[in-house]
Design a protein around this ligand. Structure first.
Ligand SMILES: O=C(CO)COP(=O)(O)O
Length: 275
């Protein structure tokens, strides 16, 4: 996308201000912090209910999103409605079309219908089974059209990391994912290096910060200062014991948690690290 003169000027002004106030939170203050739980294909109706009951005994100062498997979305929503907690609900995937002959798929409208406000799109576990950058883009556009906040997942594989291709890969993934998207106020990005997912081997906070900063600068090239508003989450072996390190980084605005989100105490500690 060609940058307009207005957004070019805005970019320069913001850069100047950012440099001037580098040690303060003035620039970052409008970015929201998001802690999201991706339960993947785990839990039963009973354990899902028990986990939500334990999590929903509190009101959180940041945005906390829980993404259960499809069959548990509505029961979880009913439990959340009975609580005073502000936990939000998200789907783990969505179809790019409104309706039709798509056996086994779920539409954005259906997710909204059962109370979702978010949806994870382009998780590496779906990219691995054939989701392309273009499909991810179509899903992002559909989610936004239906007023769902997409949590767009990007990240390099172990091979790409070894070949030094991380920045090239994430830049291409994010540019395609945001094609045709002009308003970034309802977008969340999750940087999840594939080699860190479920391996217990997370990126260091410094490594993640470096890539997050790069992702933001990539978005800035196409969307100007709007890039500053976008929460960029880190995901990949986040635990209670390493969450605080990530929380200290300027461009890490939260986390997308897999395994550690299945335990209430552990997930609460992670939320607390960002509070
Ligand atoms: O894939 C992830 C979240 O979407 C991360 O999973 P783990 O936290 O289990 O590594």
């Amino acid at each position: 996308m060609t940058q307009s003169i207005e957004s070019f000027i805005e970019t320069i002004v913001r850069k100047t201000i950012t440099e001037k106030f580098a040690d303060t939170n003035i620039i970052d203050s409008k970015r929201r912090t998001v802690i999201a739980a991706n339960w993947k294909m785990n839990m039963s109706l009973e354990t899902a209910g028990s986990l939500i009951t334990q999590l929903a005994d509190t009101t959180y100062s940041n945005t906390v999103v829980v993404c259960p498997p499809y069959p548990y979305l509505y029961p979880v929503k009913l439990l959340l409605n009975q609580s005073t907690s502000n936990i939000q609900l998200g789907g783990q995937n969505v179809h790019e079309e409104d309706k039709g002959a798509h056996t086994g798929d779920i539409s954005a409208e259906m997710l909204k219908d059962v109370g979702c406000e978010h949806v994870i799109i382009g998780h590496s576990e779906r990219r691995m089974i054939g989701e392309t950058d273009e499909l991810v883009n179509n899903k992002v556009v559909k989610a936004l059209e239906k007023k769902l906040t997409p949590i767009i997942c990007i990240g390099e594989t172990a091979e790409q990391y070894d070949q030094g291709l991380t920045k090239e890969v994430v830049s291409s993934q994010i540019q395609t994912a945001l094609t045709g998207v002009t308003d970034l106020s309802d977008i969340v990005i999750a940087y999840e290096p594939v080699w860190a997912i479920g391996t217990g081997k997370s990126a260091t906070a410094e490594q993640a910060q470096d890539i997050h900063e790069y992702i933001r600068s990539t978005i800035e090239k196409s969307h100007g200062v709007l890039a500053d508003e976008v929460p960029i989450l880190y995901g990949g072996s986040v635990k209670a014991k390493n969450a605080e390190e990530f929380s200290k980084m300027k461009d890490i605005d939260g986390v997308l948690v897999g395994g550690a989100s299945l335990n209430a105490e552990e997930f609460k500690s992670i939320i607390q690290a960002f509070a």
